[in-house]
Design a protein around this ligand. Structure first.
Ligand code: M6R
Length: 365
């Protein structure tokens, strides 16, 4: 069923415009309508939310990290995010009015499920599962569900599940934000931006050929550094996870501001550095971080907004993305990083859809 595609991962990357379209369809017609996508009890539970605890693993955890930036910046709601395998084994304080959110493609990840089953405190006002599989354990055991409608994801490397999770998480931010002073006008604007998402993802995916060309520079390398700032930091983490998972190249992600606190020592011409830099307020800061990399002979690969006023130069390779509204930038910038790891893995001849040592769904601890 791969059709014209060589791998499921490739097919699933290109399916993202349709997957997001399905996920948002009939759910974002108005600010009032958004809560309904989370279930019948959403209104009553959302009214009581004062803080959010997100728990997930792997790629789904990265989606949670993006959501934290959004929740605190747009909705003014405190948010904690933790990997399930840590959360479940430590003592933690549950503030009053906490919404417990799990994020999972499969809905069967053992650690995430165990964390959910452990939410006994009365301070939890409800449990929400953001999940791609209807009827999965997480969905059955949560009062609220948001179903991402990505369709079956076969490739072990999660792609369309992640971007649809992010679309759902932005809806959650809007639904909660509405109860915390996020005005309808602002919500309408973001809903309009969400509607542009399928189209913008398609434009990002159209960079496939130039990204394939660029991927050659990574094939012989053993290490790569991914940089992002702010909400793009989790995007960098996700880019690094994709690369290590399917190409077996060691990849690490850092918030760019941390560079000089250690990782800069690693940078030389053998260590390509990938940076995600949309045209937001942090760009100027990121640019100076990038100069630090260049000064050490590091080869730079930059995914930047077409208005970002950065261009190719000695050791700097820029790939321009369409202008993207800030609210949805992390979703769009994920796509070129998926394509990069895909092409690097193909060139290295790894088993892209079934990378060694990994399972699609981690149902054991
Ligand atoms: O099914 P889940 O979303 O709960 O799975 C969580 C992780 O196992 C998963 O995202 C994993 O990190 C992916 N293979 C990453 O591409």
């Amino acid at each position: 069923e791969k059709g014209e595609y060589r791998h499921f991962m490739q097919k699933e990357i290109f399916e993202q415009p349709a997957a997001i379209q399905r996920t948002l369809q009939d759910r974002i017609d108005s600010p009032e309508a958004v809560s309904a996508a989370f279930g019948d009890r959403a209104e009553a539970i959302f009214d009581r939310v004062r803080t959010v605890q997100i728990v997930a693993c792997g790629t789904s955890y990265h989606a949670g990290m993006v959501a934290r930036y959004w929740l605190e910046a747009l909705a003014g709601i405190p948010c904690q995010v933790e990997v399930a395998s840590e959360f479940r084994y430590r003592q933690h304080v549950v503030p009053e009015g906490t919404l417990f959110v799990t994020i999972s493609q499969s809905g069967e990840t053992a650690d995430t499920l165990a964390a959910l089953r452990d939410t006994r405190s009365d301070n939890y006002v409800g449990r929400l599962a953001i999940c791609n599989v209807d009827g999965s354990s997480l969905v059955r055991e949560s009062e609220l569900t948001f179903l991402t409608k990505a369709g079956p994801e076969i490739g072990v490397a999660s792609t369309k599940a992640f971007t649809t999770q992010l679309a759902g998480l932005m809806m959650l931010v809007l639904a909660l934000g509405r109860r915390h002073g996020l005005g309808d006008e602002r919500i309408e604007t973001i809903l309009g931006e969400l509607r542009q998402l399928p189209n913008l993802i398609e434009q990002a995916a159209a960079l496939d050929k130039p990204i394939e060309a660029l991927s050659r520079a990574f094939v012989e390398k053993n290490h790569t550094l991914f940089l992002g700032r702010g909400v793009q930091f989790p995007v960098a983490l996700e880019g690094a996870l994709k690369l290590k998972e399917i190409s077996y190249i060691h990849a690490e992600a850092y918030p760019a501001g941390e560079l000089k606190h250690g990782p800069l020592a690693l940078v030389d011409k053998e260590m390509p550095v990938v940076a995600v830099a949309p045209n937001d307020e942090l760009l100027e800061k990121l640019k100076s971080n990038l100069q630090e990399v260049r000064a050490r002979g590091g080869e730079l690969y930059l995914f930047a907004d077409k208005h970002a006023r950065v261009s190719d130069g000695e050791g700097i390779h820029v790939l321009h993305l369409p202008a993207v509204p800030e609210s949805i930038a992390p979703i769009v910038y994920t796509v070129p990083l998926q394509l990069l790891s895909y092409h690097v893995a193909v060139l290295r001849g790894t088993d892209v859809d079934q990378p060694r040592n990994l399972a699609k769904s981690v149902t054991v601890e």
